[in-house]
Design a protein around this ligand. Sequence first.
Ligand SMILES: [Zn+2]
Length: 236
Amino acid sequence: MYPQAHQEPHGSGIGARLNWLRAAVLGANDGVVSTAGLVVGVAGATGDRGALLTAGLAGLLAGSMSMAAGEYVSVSTQRDSEQAALATEKQELQEAPEAELVELTGLLEGKGLSRDVAREAALQLTERDALRAHAVVELGINPDDLTNPWHAAGASFLAFTVGALLPLLAIVLPPAPLRLTVTVLAVLAALALTGWWSARLGDAAVGRAVLRNMCGGAVAMGVTYAAGALLGAAGV
Ligand SMILES: [Zn+2]
C-alpha cells in the first residue's frame, strides 16, 4: 500500500537489494563455470601456459561483455516501458483528473479500504503528488528509483569478471603438474560458496543447492576436458 511504501525512502528497498545480490551471485557463478569449462578444455589439449592464458582471458572478456550487453538491453527495455507508462499516466492526469481520482479510489478500495476512507486517501495522495501515487499504486513502480541500465551492465560485468578470474588464475599460476587439480578444487569450492549464497538469498534448501551447483560445474569441466583431450590426442 502507498502509505507503507512511502515510509521506505527507496520504495522496494530490501527487494531491490536482494535482486541485485542475486544477480551478482548468479553472474559470478556464470563466470566461474564458463571460464573453468574453457580453460580445463584447453588444458585437455595442451600444456602450453600461453594458450591457457589466452583462452581464459578471451573467455573472461567475451563472457563479461556479453553479460553486460544483455543486462543493458534488458534493463533499458524495462526502463523504456516504465517511462512510457509514466508519461501516459501523466497525460491522463492532465486530461481527466476526475476519472483518475475515481480510479485511484477504486484501487485503494481494492486494497481493503472502505469507500469513504479510500476516497479521502485518494484525495490526499492526489494533492500531494498525483503522478507518484498512480505510479506506486497503479503501476507498481517508484518513479524516483528506476534501475539505471549502465549500473546494471557494470554490475554484471564485474560479477562475471570476479567469477572468471578464479579458474583463470588457478590454471595459469600453479606448476604444470598441479594445474588441473588446483583448478578443479578451487572451482568446486567456489561453486559450493555461490550455491550456498544463492540458496540463502532464495530461502531454498542449502545442501541440495550446493550439491547441484557443484555437480553442474563438475560436469562442465568433465565434458570440456574430454573434448579437449580428444582433440589434443588427434593432433588438431
Ligand atoms: Zn491512473
